[in-house]
Write a protein that binds this ligand. Structure first.
Ligand code: HEC
Length: 108
């Protein structure tokens, strides 16, 4: 009975959190070396790994090259999705991380 309950819950989560279709970026690297990032951004990294891996692999954002303005737009789009599991406060922190990441990865 418990196993059935768990299976039903997982199935429900799959339905509620819309899974994104496969994208070539998903097969790219799935890690960022944050060892020389400032403390504030290092602190956000674990949250980013969990929250942004719910509907597509975390490699999707990692292998996307966006400017801070574009990231702002994408963050709004992602958290507006039903059952995104990301609240406003977390979104601020995640955006801060992505903004810094964009500065590090954009061609100079
Ligand atoms: C509730 C599900 C969900 C969550 C959570 C989620 N995403 Fe997505 N994401 C999607 C879907 C569905 C797509 C594909 C459709 C689209 O591009 O809007 C997508 C696409 C993307 C893309 C590619 C956009 C493009 O135009 O090609 C990026 C980048 C992205 N997500 C970043 C993130 C980041 C960063 C987070 C964490 C803050 C996140 N996602 C969390 C559902 C989600």
């Amino acid at each position: 009975m418990i196993a059935m309950g768990i299976a039903a819950t997982l199935a429900l989560q799959l339905v509620l959190a819309q899974k994104a279709d496969w994208d070539p970026r998903d097969d790219g690297p799935g890690h960022i070396d944050v060892s020389d990032y400032p403390a504030a951004q290092q602190k956000e990294y674990p949250l980013f790994r969990v929250k942004c891996a719910k509907c597509h692999p975390v490699s999707r954002p990692i292998n996307s090259q966006y400017s801070p303005t574009e990231w702002k737009r994408y963050m709004k789009r992602m958290i507006r999705r039903p059952n995104s599991g990301i609240n406003e406060e977390q979104a601020e922190g995640l955006y801060d991380f992505l903004k810094y990441y964009a500065g590090r990865t954009s061609p100079k």
